[in-house]
Design a protein. Structure first.
Length: 186
C-alpha cells in the first residue's frame, strides 16, 4: 500500500514539475515577444518535456507496463544467449550512465553557466532524477538489493527533484509575472 501511494505521489509531483516548467516556458516566450528578458523559454520547455516524460514512465511502471517490457527483453536476451552473461554489460552500462549524466551535466553547466542563471538549479534537479532512474532501470543486483533495503529512497529522490524544479519554476514565474493572476484582486 505504502509503495503504491509513493509511486502515485511521484507521478503527480513529476507531472506538476513538468506543468510548471511548461508554464514557465510559455511565460518566458510571452515576455520575449514583448521585448522583455525571456530568452530561456527553450530551456524551460526542455525541462518541462523531461519531467512530463519522466512522469509518464513512472505511470507506466505503476500500471505494470515496464514489467511487461522487462520480461520481453529478458526473453529476447535468453534466446540469444546473453542473459547468463549479462553482469559485465550491466556494470558497464551503470558506470557509463553515471559518467554520462555527470559529464553532460558538468559540461552543460560549465558551457552555459552565465546564460542559465535562472534555471541551472532546475537542470540539476532534473539530472538527479534522470540519472537515478537510468541506473535503477539497468537493474544491477547491488542496486536492486539497495532498492529492496531502502524502498523509500526512490520516492525521496523523485520528490526532491520534482519539488526543487517546481520551486525554481515558480520563482521564474514570479519574476515574469506569470503568477500575477493569482494575486489580482477584483
Amino acid at each position: 500500500m505504502y509503495e503504491d501511494t509513493g509511486r502515485y505521489l511521484c507521478v503527480v509531483a513529476l507531472w506538476v514539475a513538468g506543468a510548471l516548467g511548461a508554464w514557465a516556458a510559455w511565460a518566458s516566450h510571452r515576455a520575449q515577444r514583448r521585448g522583455l528578458p525571456g530568452y530561456d523559454w527553450g530551456a524551460w520547455a526542455g525541462l518541462a518535456l523531461a519531467f512530463l516524460l519522466f512522469s509518464q514512465t513512472k505511470l507506466a511502471r505503476v500500471l505494470g507496463w515496464v514489467h511487461w517490457w522487462g520480461q520481453a527483453l529478458r526473453l529476447l536476451a535468453r534466446q540469444h544467449g546473453l542473459y547468463e552473461h549479462r553482469r559485465p554489460f550491466q556494470i558497464a552500462a551503470t558506470v557509463g550512465v553515471a559518467l554520462a549524466v555527470v559529464i553532460l551535466l558538468g559540461v552543460g553547466l560549465f558551457w552555459a553557466w552565465h546564460s542559465i542563471k535562472r534555471y541551472r538549479l532546475a537542470v540539476g534537479f532534473a539530472g538527479l532524477a534522470v540519472g537515478f532512474a537510468l541506473i535503477r532501470f539497468i537493474s544491477l543486483h547491488e542496486v536492486d538489493a539497495w532498492n529492496e533495503a531502502v524502498p523509500w529512497a526512490r520516492v525521496v529522490v523523485d520528490l526532491l527533484a520534482a519539488g526543487g524544479a517546481s520551486a525554481v519554476a515558480i520563482a521564474r514565474l514570479r519574476q515574469l509575472g506569470g503568477l500575477a493572476c493569482f494575486w489580482r484582486s477584483g
